[in-house]
Design a protein around this ligand. Structure first.
Ligand SMILES: C[S@@+](CC[C@H](N)C(=O)[O-])C[C@H]1O[C@@H](n2cnc3c(N)ncnc32)[C@H](O)[C@@H]1O
Length: 264
């Protein structure tokens, strides 16, 4: 098991379901970014941390037979079986192992970099893999915006405690909950050009996919959240119950997409 990844010890079935919920909620946004960058037949793409692999599969279809997709994951056991002839899956830690140099038209990672302690090495390896003129597209959350929306004050305070515990737990585990806003500067520091960014914000009720993603994370992290000393067990149980209630709304974390091009 890879101890550097916060969900590495999740049960197979639960993690698979959580990854599928992430895909269902965020893939339409990612597709828009990939289409805007012009991904098409003949492109060589590197997908870092594909999770269950829906974006990897989308790339295989869009680059067609003349293109190529390499997917690298430290824990590839959740990647959907694919018989795409233009796909190669590798098991590796992007912070530890470089892939080919000056090779890819696109390097993409979503909700991956926040989990990597040695972000500098991971980013260096991603940029090294790009061809001159190739695009790096990163999508990461920024938890600053996550907060309860409406409802009574007692419930709102309970939700605040769970959110604060999540942020503090992540920081203590080397996960960066505020990475989203830092991405544009990071890409400029890497000497990429045409750097731009877009943030998506969602106001979501219980029973939504967002609520399900939160519920599954809190259920998985329950013991460690309690150890922060911020929420009580009752807070966590109540939070989980609220994720099933259509009247409980939450302003979610912002998802920041940032892209930039390797100079010629
Ligand atoms: C939250 S999941 C996101 C999955 C997918 N990108 C998505 O958005 O649907 C994070 C993924 O990154 C992978 N990962 C974490 N650390 C990694 C590393 N150092 N190198 C490569 N993959 C890593 C995990 O195994 C997991 O598949």
């Amino acid at each position: 098991m890879n101890k550097n990844y916060v969900f590495a010890d999740a049960q197979q079935a639960q993690e698979w379901e959580r990854l599928k919920a992430i895909q269902a909620e965020f893939d339409p946004i990612t597709h828009r970014h990939l289409e805007r960058l012009g991904v098409g037949p003949g492109w060589s793409c590197l997908e870092v941390g594909p999770g269950a692999g829906s974006i990897m599969q989308w790339l295989c279809e869009h680059v067609s037979a003349s293109g190529r997709v390499v997917a690298v994951d430290i824990d590839p056991r959740f990647i959907i079986a694919s018989n795409s002839p233009n796909l190669e899956v590798r098991c590796l830690d992007i912070a530890q192992t470089a892939v080919e140099t000056d090779c890819f038209d696109l390097v993409h990672a979503r909700f991956v970099l926040m989990h990597i302690r040695d972000r500098e090495s991971a980013l260096t390896n991603m940029v090294r893999a790009l061809k001159p003129g190739g695009w790096l597209l990163l999508e990461e959350p920024d938890f600053a915006t996550a907060m309860p929306a409406g409802g009574d004050t007692t419930k709102a305070k309970m939700v605040e405690r769970v959110l604060e515990a999540t942020r503090q737990l992540y920081v203590s585990m080397g996960v960066e909950p505020f990475l989203g806003r830092q991405l544009p500067s990071l890409l400029q520091d890497l000497n990429l050009q045409a750097v731009a960014a877009q943030a998506e914000l969602s106001l979501a009720p219980g029973k939504s996919l967002r609520a399900k993603i939160w519920r599954m994370a809190v259920e998985h992290l329950k013991e460690r959240l309690l150890e922060t000393g911020i929420p009580t067990e009752n807070d966590l149980d109540q939070f989980i119950r609220l994720t099933h209630e259509e009247t409980a709304w939450m302003l979610d974390y912002a998802t920041v997409a940032t892209w930039g091009q390797k100079r010629y």
